[in-house]
Design a binder for this molecule. Sequence first.
Ligand code: SF4
Ligand code: ZN
Length: 122
Amino acid sequence: MTKTWRDDAACRGRTDLDWFRQGKPPPEVRALCAACPVQAECLADDLSRGLEEIHYFRAGMTAPERRRLLRSDRPPRPRELMPCGTAAAYRRHLRGGDEACTLCKLANANYQRLKRYECEAS
Ligand code: SF4
Ligand SMILES: [Zn+2]
């Protein structure tokens, strides 16, 4: 099967978090999104479904936050995207065709290590 962005999602397989019922999630869930390398893809996917389909907490934002973003009819501002020093920003560098900064490289390496560790542990 072809690899999709979902394969790299930090929440992949985390049924323990009762993910989709979280309107206002605990810090643990927010932290997961903050570390997730595919936050931009996740947000784009969510917004592409239209206003009626925006529910729960996703892509590091609550449903009202994402609805506001969609209604405003503009791309997310940089402050709504993950800053440098996160795995998501690392991907952004690569998508933009530039070399990732040191902080982003470190964050991505940490994320990959963590993922490997989780895979081995499960
Ligand atoms: S940004 Fe959050 S909700 Fe979206 S894939 Fe990553 S961890 Fe899951
Ligand atoms: Zn960076």
